[in-house]
Each structure stands twice: as structure tokens, then as C-alpha cells.
Design a protein around this ligand. Structure first.
Ligand SMILES: [Zn+2]
Length: 209
């Protein structure tokens, strides 16, 4: 039994050591935010500088490179035929309610998560130490990776890519899961991306509910 989808995924397709890097980065980011809120700029800078965008980007790209392998999982697992229409994705306002209820913690792996939208505490770090994330810009209050390689390929964006919040359907929509507060949990990008359309039983992951 795995604790979280990200553990399931890494144990099958990734480098298990990447999990430690990912969790350490998320923790350092949240400690940097606390430090800046406490006006300890030196500590905040030190923590934010310790987040290794190169390693995080590499881990992300390894996941994408292994995407085809993941397709093999699907060959073995049947998707159900649904009677009715598939539920719609969560709106941004519903997602925000889910995050607030869960206090911005991934319900699977307990990683602190952040959004890139207006008001996100990540903005305080990017604004205070822009030299540490030169490839990031704020557009209409939302963070974007700049440059021709775009957001996800950007090393600076990768500093919080894994800890970006996502509303995760515990029962996947493709399995009849509803888009409501009862079936949605706050998830880090790593868990959300790793889980995709699989059920908890198929991944052997314990329930976050
Ligand atoms: Zn997670």
C-alpha cells in the first residue's frame, strides 16, 4: 500500500531519490515564506535559494519521458463504461474552496501546496528575490515562466512546479466521480499528475478521505 500517488509513480517509473528532493523543496519554500512573513529576509533568501530548480525540472522531465511506460498500465486496466455524462472539471472557485478547507496541504502526501494566482504567498518570494528566479514574471497577478521554452520547461518555474495545487478527484471522473466537495481533495501537482485516471485501488494508494 502506498501513501500517495507520487510514491506509486516514482516507485514504478521514476528515481525514488527524486521524492526526497521534491519534498525538501516544498518544505524549504514554505519555510522561506514563513521567514519573509517574519521579516527575516536573510533566512528567507537562504531557504528560497536552496530550492534546486534544476533537479526538480529534471525529475519532472523524467516523468514525462516515462509517460509512454505509463500507457502500458492502461493496457492492463479497463476503464468503466459510464451510464451518464462525465462530470465537468472543477471551476477555479470550487478548487479554491477545496484548498481552503484542506489548508493548502496535499491530502495524499502532506506536502504544502501553492497556487500561481493572485495573492499566492509564492509571489512574496519572487518579488523579494527576483534575482533567484529571473525566468519568472507576474502577468495579471499570476506567475508565468518566461522565455521561449515556456513555463514547464523553465528552471525557475520548476522551483514550485511540483507543489502547485490541483483539485484532485478521488474517484476519477472517468470512473463516475463527481465534481463536488465530497470527492475533491487538495493535491500537489506530483500526486495529481501521477494519479491521472487511476483509482486508489488500481494504484494501491490509501484513501485520503
Ligand atoms: Zn502530494
Amino acid at each position: 500500500m502506498f501513501k500517495s500517488p507520487i510514491e506509486f509513480y516514482q516507485s514504478h517509473y521514476g528515481n525514488p531519490g527524486d521524492i526526497d528532493v521534491i519534498f525538501a523543496a516544498s518544505l524549504a519554500t514554505s519555510e522561506a515564506i514563513v521567514a519573509i512573513e517574519n521579516r527575516d529576509k536573510d533566512l528567507a533568501r537562504q531557504k528560497w535559494a536552496s530550492v534546486d530548480g534544476d533537479k526538480l525540472l529534471h525529475a519532472w522531465n523524467v516523468g514525462i519521458a516515462n509517460f509512454k511506460l505509463k500507457g502500458k498500465v492502461w493496457d492492463e486496466i479497463q476503464k468503466p463504461v459510464l451510464d451518464g455524462p462525465i462530470a465537468k472539471p472543477a471551476s477555479q472557485s470550487l478548487a479554491k474552496k477545496v484548498y481552503q478547507r484542506d489548508r493548502y496541504i496535499c491530502r495524499y502526501c502532506n506536502m504544502p501546496v501553492f497556487t500561481r494566482f493572485k495573492g499566492s504567498p509564492i509571489h512574496k518570494l519572487v518579488e523579494a528575490f527576483s534575482d533567484l528566479t529571473p525566468g519568472l514574471s507576474l502577468i495579471n497577478g499570476s506567475l508565468h515562466g518566461s522565455g521561449k521554452s515556456g513555463g514547464i520547461k523553465n528552471v525557475d518555474y520548476a522551483k514550485f512546479l511540483w507543489s502547485l495545487a490541483a483539485p484532485d478527484h478521488v474517484v476519477p471522473r472517468s470512473h463516475g466521480g463527481q465534481t463536488d466537495l465530497a470527492n475533491l481533495v487538495t493535491s500537489c501537482s506530483g500526486c495529481n499528475y501521477s494519479k491521472m485516471d487511476l483509482t486508489l485501488e488500481q494504484m494501491k494508494v490509501r484513501s485520503p478521505l
